[in-house]
Design a protein around this ligand. Structure first.
Ligand SMILES: Cc1cc2nc3c(=O)[nH]c(=O)nc-3n(C[C@H](O)[C@H](O)[C@H](O)COP(=O)(O)OP(=O)(O)OC[C@H]3O[C@@H](n4cnc5c(N)ncnc54)[C@H](O)[C@@H]3O)c2cc1C
Length: 394
């Protein structure tokens, strides 16, 4: 049996490795348009590759996908984060789990992750890696599929499409086979903030705040940038609102206290310390640089707690709990993933096989699946790639 895989990224490499290691009699053609495999994987995690998550509870993991979490259930049970970690460790990549549960190679080198596949493919001679060949056309033949890439024609009994997000050709191939593709949008972007004075805070990072846009909210770290805000909590909000054009972002700098709890604690601090500078009290609840800017804007930078009026105190409490910012857009071109893709109700979640065309499989970001940051996107690509590979060679 011949199996063709279009796209040598995370999902495609895992599908090919799975077929290869099953030692089935299948012959695999892994076709990649770039001159090397896993080019995007090399860029992940700032070159360190946050390859999966250390969160052990699968239901918590599945919650990290604004789109596709339910569909991923079978693929993730088949190849959960723990098995992904074992896979890479068994193939010689030492791993580390950071405090926030992100998993990286101990070497901090994404190349180590990609090299695993090179070793697998060179050991087992049933995988033919075809590089620098963009697949231009696919068609269904009586007994299988025909692929055209440059002057090369490849016939295969089964076809796995793993071409990634919007830049890959996979959505057009899927449409040829009768599939439908949802609207696409960039996700996991930094946000541009209209209030220019916040740009002076560039580089100030906040360890923990609740960011809210409409009904969506996320607690986590973020950082002020020269244009606005970025970092994990911002990416999560950007992902939850990928298809909206949000205009209002609200920040709660004391996310672990309810409003009344915070109000009581802040007032007590002010009343108990009348000689303390008000901005120093405010900076107990938020980074000093942010507290200083806020106090300056309210003309309170030189005031002591004893001089603060009831109205000024109420306003500061309101600002710390519900700090409003205007979103003027997303930073263009900096997205990490594409939200949207091939509609999932046209794919069998237990096999990744198309419900419309037998012998055709999909895996990875080409599907309408995307996660927040933290290793969830690669985890989805490994898990769906593995399941597609297993199913195709059965
Ligand atoms: C800068 C950046 C950092 C990221 N960091 C992380 C991270 O740390 N952790 C995480 O979980 N996720 C991260 N992601 C997201 C993650 O990289 C993707 O979700 C993941 O790579 C998707 O895997 P995939 O196999 O579906 O697609 P890809 O890895 O994009 O692979 C698709 C492959 O198909 C090839 N291809 C496309 N069309 C054709 C064609 N017609 N013919 C032949 N080949 C074709 C492409 O060249 C590509 O190699 C990051 C993304 C970016 C952009």
């Amino acid at each position: 049996m011949k199996i063709a895989i279009i796209g040598g990224g995370a999902a495609g490499m895992m599908a090919a490795a799975t077929i290869s290691e099953k030692q089935s009699d299948a012959e695999v053609f892994l076709i990649e348009r770039n001159p090397e495999l896993g080019k995007k994987v090399m860029l992940t995690g700032g070159g360190r590759c946050n390859l999966t998550t250390g969160i052990p509870d699968l239901s918590l993991v599945l919650n990290r996908y604004p789109r596709g979490g339910k569909f991923l259930n079978s693929a993730m049970r088949n190849f959960p984060p723990e098995d992904v970690r074992n896979f890479f460790e068994e193939h010689g990549v030492g791993l580390k789990v950071e405090e926030d549960m992100r998993v990286f190679p101990a070497s901090d080198e994404s190349r180590d992750v990609v090299d695993v596949f090179g070793r697998i493919f060179s050991k087992n001679n049933n995988v033919h890696v075809v590089l620098s060949r963009p697949v231009q056309e696919v068609s269904k033949q009586d007994s299988g599929f025909l692929l055209t890439c440059g002057g090369l024609k490849i016939e295969a009994d089964k076809l796995i499409i793993t071409t990634g997000g919007k830049e890959g050709g996979g959505h057009d191939f899927a449409k040829y086979f009768g599939h439908h593709v949802s609207p696409l949008a960039p996700s996991l972007n930094a946000l541009v903030i209209k209030e220019e004075w916040t740009h002076e805070l560039a580089g100030v990072s906040i360890e923990r705040a609740r960011l809210s846009v409409g009904k969506n909210s996320f607690v986590g770290p973020f950082v002020f940038t020269h244009k606005g805000v970025s970092g994990p909590a911002v990416f999560a909000i950007s992902s939850m609102t990928a298809f909206d054009n949000p205009t209002q972002l609200t920040i709660d700098f004391a996310p672990d206290m309810t409003f009344p709890e915070f109000e009581a604690a802040f007032k007590k601090e002010v009343v108990d310390n009348p000689k303390k500078l008000f901005r120093n009290t405010a900076s107990m609840f938020m980074p000093k640089s942010v507290a200083d800017v806020l106090c300056e804007r309210e003309y309170l930078e030189k005031k002591h707690n004893g001089e603060i009026s009831k109205g000024q105190m109420t306003k500061m409490i309101e600002l710390i709990k519900h700090f409003p910012l205007t979103i003027s857009g997303r930073v263009p071109g900096d997205e990490f993933v594409t939200a949207g893709g091939i509609y999932l109700d046209e794919i069998n979640p237990r096999t990744m096989e198309s419900k419309l065309c037998s012998g055709l499989y999909f895996a990875g970001e080409v599907l309408n699946i995307d996660g927040v940051t933290g290793g969830f996107n690669l985890q989805a690509a490994w898990a769906t790639g593995r399941l597609a590979g297993e199913s195709a060679c059965e």
